[in-house]
Design a protein around this ligand. Structure first.
Ligand SMILES: NC(=O)c1ccc[n+]([C@@H]2O[C@H](COP(=O)([O-])OP(=O)(O)OC[C@H]3O[C@@H](n4cnc5c(N)ncnc54)[C@H](O)[C@@H]3O)[C@@H](O)[C@H]2O)c1
Length: 387
């Protein structure tokens, strides 16, 4: 059976990576961008990636040439004609997305699936401009798309079951791990991960510990690959702050997602992280990394608090049917490399202990931010585990 032709709109960070993934899975790909220089850059960077893979012996030269040859770089959306799937990865702006989705429908035939890689806009809103809205879906890759195994599949209220099934099957065939998420702010990963940053920032603001100590607690005691401050510096404080702010607004200002002044000030000061040479840590050449306190008792307190908040978020996502328990745990291990699924982790710690920790925080601070999810209360009442 011949593979469908795939269109990718936007040749930036995400679009170029998605085009590579589709091409290496054997699809003919058209990568379109309004900006000629973005295409030139995407082409050069893909060539470099392929060369490196060949050098390392991971790809043969023939395979590399085939992958490269399957991608057509173009500035014309009309080249999408005949595609079975289009993935849009342009600027995160609903007006611009509306304009392109309106145009796409006049180029492709009625069976073509129209997907968006948006991180923060609703799929329902994007699909609202379509004549046939049942073909819209969210297909959310993680950066870098060729390396991160997870893809969130997000049907909107308008999406047909057939489109959801077909879209998932296509992405599964690209050797990705797909999870199904409800069209709610942050989908799974960008919602459930918020406390990893937010609670770490809060702990710092209260003067409980410094950046290095909090990072040490999460990596050494928690087994996370990167501490929250190192990770925020890696992502960029401007980007990470914007995601938090957009999730906060999208949840009608639920205090659980409240952004942090510390991060805002770092971002305003230009302390963006690695990319600006300085964030929470100094990345200049002769900089000396600050020593963590390495106090096990303090470290455990930090880890337990952040973990309880993460588990609460995962449990609440399950409570509100954002995804299945299996998909919530898969999303966090495959999308952001958590050492364990949060719900499985809760079983290991004891859901009762997690609930108790949250109740103590809620009691101490009196803030809605710390309210335990009804799901945790229910599990404890019924004496159940997640798995
Ligand atoms: N960067 C990430 O980590 C990440 C992760 C997951 C999802 N996303 C989402 O993916 C999308 C793209 O993000 P990105 O980081 O790749 O952005 P980017 O800025 O790197 O690339 C966007 C590209 O789209 C092009 N473009 C803009 N308007 C266009 C139009 N009308 N027609 C054709 N091309 C147009 C731009 O020229 C640019 O090359 C956004 O919706 C974002 O929310 C980003």
């Amino acid at each position: 059976m011949s593979k469908i032709k795939v269109g990718v709109l936007g040749a930036g960070t995400m679009g170029a990576g998605i085009a590579q993934v589709a091409a290496q899975s054997g699809h003919r790909v058209v990568l379109v961008d309004v900006n000629e220089s973005a295409l030139t850059k995407a082409k050069a960077s893909l060539q470099k990636i392929i060369e490196r893979l060949i050098e390392k012996g991971k790809w043969t030269e023939d395979f590399g040439n085939d992958v490269f040859g399957r991608i057509n770089f173009s500035t014309q959306m009309s080249d999408f004609e005949g595609s079975g799937l289009i993935i849009e990865a342009i600027v995160e702006n609903i007006e611009v997305k509306h304009a392109v989705f309106g145009q796409l429908e006049s180029i492709v035939d009625e069976n073509c699936i129209l997907a968006s890689n948006t991180s923060s806009l609703s799929i329902a809103a994007i699909g609202s401009v379509l004549k046939k809205p049942s073909r819209v879906i969210g297909i959310h890759f993680f950066n870098p798309a060729p390396l991160m195994p997870l893809v969130e599949i997000i049907p909107a209220v308008q999406t047909s079951d057939v489109v959801t099934k077909d879209a998932r099957a296509i992405i599964d065939s690209w050797d990705k791990i797909t999870v199904l998420a409800k069209d709610t702010p942050g989908f799974i990963v960008n919602r459930v991960a918020r406390p990893f940053y937010g609670e770490a920032l809060r702990i710092y603001e209260e003067g409980v510990a410094d950046f290095a100590t909090i990072d040490w607690a999460m990596t050494e005691l928690g087994g996370f690959r990167m501490g929250p401050f190192t990770l925020m510096d890696y992502i960029g404080n401007d980007i990470n702050y914007t995601v938090t702010e957009s999730v906060f607004k999208a949840f009608y200002y639920d205090p659980r997602y409240k952004p942090s002044f510390t991060q805002k000030r770092h971002s305003e000061a230009g302390y963006l992280g690695r990319k600006s040479g300085r964030g929470y840590f100094d990345y200049s050449e002769n900089a000396v990394a600050p020593e963590p306190a390495k106090d096990e008792v303090l470290g455990k307190k930090i880890l337990d608090r952040i973990l309880a908040m993460l588990i609460n978020e995962a449990a609440d996502a399950l409570f509100l049917n954002v995804a299945t328990k299996e998909d919530i745990d898969l999303a966090m291990t495959k999308g952001v490399n958590y050492p364990k699924g949060l719900l499985k982790w809760a079983d290991e710690i004891g859901i009762k202990n997690v609930l108790q920790q949250l109740e103590e925080l809620f009691e101490e601070y009196g803030e809605d931010r710390y309210r335990p999810s009804p799901m945790l209360k229910r599990m404890v009442r019924e004496g159940k585990n997640f798995f």
